[in-house]
Design a protein around this ligand. Sequence first.
Ligand code: PMP
Length: 448
Amino acid sequence: PYERMQKIREQNIAPSLKTYYKRPLLLHQGHMQWLFDHEGRRYLDLLAGIVTVSVGHCHPKVTMATQKQLARLWHTTNIYMHPAIHEYAEKLTSLFPDPLKVVYLTNSGSEANDLAMFMARLHTRNFDIICLRGGYHGGSPYALGLTSLTSYKHGVANGFGCTTTMLPDVFRGPWGGSHCRDSPVQTVRKCSCTEGACLAKDQYIEQFKDTLNTSVPKTVAGFIAEPIQGVNGAVQYPRNFLKEAYQLIRERGGLCISDEVQTGFGRTGSHFWGFQTHGVVPDIVTLAKGIGNGFPMAGVVTTKEIASSLAQNLHFNTFGGNPLACVAGAAVLEAIEEDDLQKNSEDVGTYMLLELAKLRDKFEIVGDVRGKGLMIGVEMVTDKDSRRPLPAEEISQIWEDCKDMGVLIGRGGLYSQTFRIKPPMCITKRDVDFAVEVFRTALQRHVN
Ligand code: PMP
C-alpha cells in the first residue's frame, strides 16, 4: 500500500508542500503525543501537525464531543442560530481581557488574518498594514502580502490589493542577549544590554520609526505581528519591543493585530495568549491551528466597536462557526483546563529548553536554543562565531536520523536551518528525556 499511496501522490495530488523526509511517512494513527506509521512504528510528535494538535492526537474529550455532535447536527450556516456557537463564543471570549469580547469564526489562519486586515481598514479608513520581516501570516492572496518569507511568494505574489511594509530584521544578528528576550534560556554570547535598555531593541525601534517616517504615510490601518515568529524558527523580539511598536502605530491611528495562530491557547506557558507575555492588549487577535486540535477552524477576536465596522458591510463565509467546529473548540478549551496544559507547557517547555541548552553548550553546530513554553527553536550553524547556517544536507541528515530513532521535528527559518519543536501540550518530561537523548545521538553521529 505504501507504493500505491506514493503513486497517487505523484499523479493526483498537487505538488505544493514538499513532504518531509526522503521516505515520507505514511501515518495511520495518533494517540496524544504519539503517531504511528503504516508498519505500526511509533514516533514522538514534536511538531503536532504544525503546532495544531494542541491537546493531543484523538484526545478523548474532543473525540467524544465531536462524535456526539456528528450524530446531532453538522451544519446550518450563520443565518440560523444553534447552541454550540453561542456557548463557544461565550467561553472563548471569557479568556480575553476587556475590551476583546467579540469573535468572528473563520476556517483558517489565513482567512482570519485577511479579515483582520479588512476590519482594520474598515475601522480606520486607512490602508497600509505594517508587518515584520520574518513573519508568516498565511497563504491567501491578502495574507501572503503580510508574509515576508520569500519562498512562499514565488516572485509573483507580493500581496494582492494590499500595501504592506516589512520592517528590517535586526533580531537575527545578535540573537538577543540575556535580557533581550523573554526565554528561560540565555544566549551564549553576552549582549551589552541591561534590562529595559537593550541595544538590539533600541536599534530596532529606531529603524521602525525611520521606516514609518520615510516609507509609510502618516496614517496606517494596522500593524500585525506574531508574539514569537513561528515559521521563522521561534524568533523572539527584544523585551518591550512590541509595547513600543504598538504605541508608535497607535499614534498614527492604526490598530494592533496579534497573530496568535501559533502562540495562543497556553503554548507559551506563562500566559494563555502570546500578547500577554509582552504586556500589551491588541485591538484584534487572530486564532487558528491549536484552536480546534486539528479540526479546521479559526477566528478573529476584537472589540465590539471594531467588529461593528462589519455590520454595514456584508461579510460572509459558509462554514465558519459550524456546530462541529464549535464543540471541538469548546472541548479543546476544557481539555486545556482539565489537563492543566498551560502549566504543563511552562514546566515541560522550560525543562526542555534547559536540556537543549546543554546540547548547545556541548556542540559547536547548535548555534542557538530559544523560545518559551512549548514553542522552541534550535538553530543549526557551521560554528558559533560565523553563525552561518549549517548546510541543508547536514541539517537534513540529523533530522532524518531523529526520525529514524522515533522523533519527529519541524524545520523553519529562511534557510530551513532551525529545528522547530512545538509538540502537543500533553508531552511529559520523560518524553523530553527521550527526545533530547535522540537529538544528542544524532548530533554526536554527525560530529563523528
Ligand atoms: N499565522 C501564522 C503565525 C501561522 O503560522 C500560519 C500557518 N503556518 C498562518 C497564520 C496561516 O494559517 P492557515 O495555514 O490555517 O491559513
